[in-house]
Design a protein around this ligand. Structure first.
Ligand SMILES: Cc1cc2nc3c(=O)[nH]c(=O)nc-3n(C[C@H](O)[C@H](O)[C@H](O)COP(=O)(O)OP(=O)(O)OC[C@H]3O[C@@H](n4cnc5c(N)ncnc54)[C@H](O)[C@@H]3O)c2cc1C
Length: 380
């Protein structure tokens, strides 16, 4: 067993770290304060090749695999979780859906543009009545000659207001529940596509989360992804990879909390000593650091399995469960270590606290991760 990263992986990690710290940190503060999309950060990520991490080199991507992508996502999220979410959804849900389930023509048509950043990709599964129970979705696709007509409203769609392409899941058989759902690739420029209300969120304020209205969107048969009525399996299988991305986000936030706390505990003095000298503070640092490492080991195991072509659903859920807990624990303790200062916007830990919260909610809540893990053992 070898726990070391290769020289190439270390170089990738270092390049992502320098880029994120130099370019994303200050922009994250502004995007959060003004609640504006992190457009410049995403454009610069494209220049770094980070929009093509899930795209094969043959289609212009950087083809980093799950482990390479995790290394990059940790660094991006450490600096700006809104950018991290955008890059994770674009790669692990939008690009990967076409790279894995698209036919040759779909891959040639979309992957180079997604990899270069000419197109930003989104993923639309959730609806008002179907969140955790995604298989009960009602957004409808009706066949009209060679085409399909999509009608319905999706909810919670990350960057749905600024994207160019969306992988949409719609019902093609009203009586078949999860066996009656099909995946479609649609372009936001098409007639009938309209982004609606933007959620006013606690965190991730640089990543717009919107309602998406599909009002008679005409989709050619050439844009059906995979087979008709086989979309639910695609959605679930993509989420296995997506969860490695969100686990990486949790690690990034938890690491940022740890580093900020170490710095502050070394600088701030009370009772004539730095905070770092107090046992209660040391205990928090030890817990935070241990949870970061536990999350990393679980996440990189899941990524390693995925890259090896092995089943990784249970492991991805374990990674997301633990990393999102590490992020929330780390954020809570980081605010505590900063005292009153941690409750203000003068320090980034206040934002980390708000950004961390969603990692236990999206791409499957904590409760759903436990359900997936338990079922994999109990076959219940
Ligand atoms: C910022 C943000 C961005 C998002 N981006 C996207 C996106 O790009 N695309 C997309 O499709 N979706 C997106 N989502 C949606 C997200 O995936 C859902 O919010 C999530 O799956 C939970 O669904 P829900 O909100 O309907 O909660 P519900 O499913 O209503 O759950 C409410 C509570 O009940 C619990 N619960 C539900 N069922 C069970 C059960 N069987 N056992 C135990 N507990 C249960 C849940 O764990 C949760 O605690 C996003 C959400 C947010 C907040």
């Amino acid at each position: 067993m070898d726990f070391s990263l290769s020289e190439d992986q270390q170089m990738l990690q270092q390049a992502a770290r320098e880029f994120a710290q130099n370019e994303l940190v200050d922009r994250a503060v502004v995007a959060d304060r003004d609640e504006v999309f992190v457009a410049d950060s995403v454009r610069m990520c494209a220049e770094m090749g980070f929009l093509g991490m899930a795209v094969p080199e043959a289609h212009g991507g950087s083809e980093l695999g799950a482990l390479g992508s995790s290394l990059v996502l940790i660094e991006l999220n450490k600096a700006c979780a809104s950018t991290g979410t955008t890059i994770s959804v674009h790669n692990s849900l939008a690009c990967e859906s076409i790279a894995r389930f698209g036919n040759d023509e779909q891959q040639a048509r979309y992957l180079p543009r997604l990899a270069s950043g000419e197109m930003l990709g989104a993923y639309a599964l959730s609806e008002a009545g179907s969140g955790s129970d995604a298989g009960s979705l009602v957004c409808k696709a009706t066949q009209d000659g060679e085409d399909w007509i999509l009608d319905g409203t999706k909810l919670w769609i990350s960057h749905g207001s600024v994207c160019d392409l969306v992988v949409v899941f719609a019902r093609t058989d009203a009586d078949a529940r999860t066996r009656g759902i099909t995946a479609f690739v649609i372009e936001s420029a098409w007639d009938g596509y309209k982004s609606g209300k933007q959620e006013l969120k606690m965190g991730l304020r640089g990543s717009p989360t919107v309602e998406l209205h599909l009002d008679g969107v005409r989709v050619p048969a050439a844009n059906v992804l995979g087979e008709v009525n086989k979309g639910f399996g695609i959605a679930m299988s993509l989420l296995d990879g997506g969860r490695i991305g969100i686990a990486s986000q949790g690690i990034g936030i938890a690491e940022a909390c740890l580093e900020a706390s170490i710095k502050y505990a070394g600088e701030r003095e009370q009772f004539g000593k730095p905070l770092a000298a107090f046992g209660a503070i040391q205990e928090k640092i030890a817990e935070m650091a241990t949870r970061v490492d536990a999350a990393k080991l679980l996440t990189w195991r899941a990524a390693w399995l995925k890259d090896a072509g092995e089943p990784h659903g249970r492991e991805a859920s374990m990674a997301k469960l633990e990393a999102s807990r590490a992020a929330n624990y780390g954020a809570k303790e980081a605010v505590q270590i900063h005292g009153g200062a941690g409750y203000t916007r003068d320090f980034p830990v206040e934002r980390y606290f708000r950004d961390a919260r969603v990692t236990e909610i999206y791409e499957g809540t904590t409760e759903i991760q436990k359900l997936v893990i338990a079922r994999s053992y109990l076959r219940a």
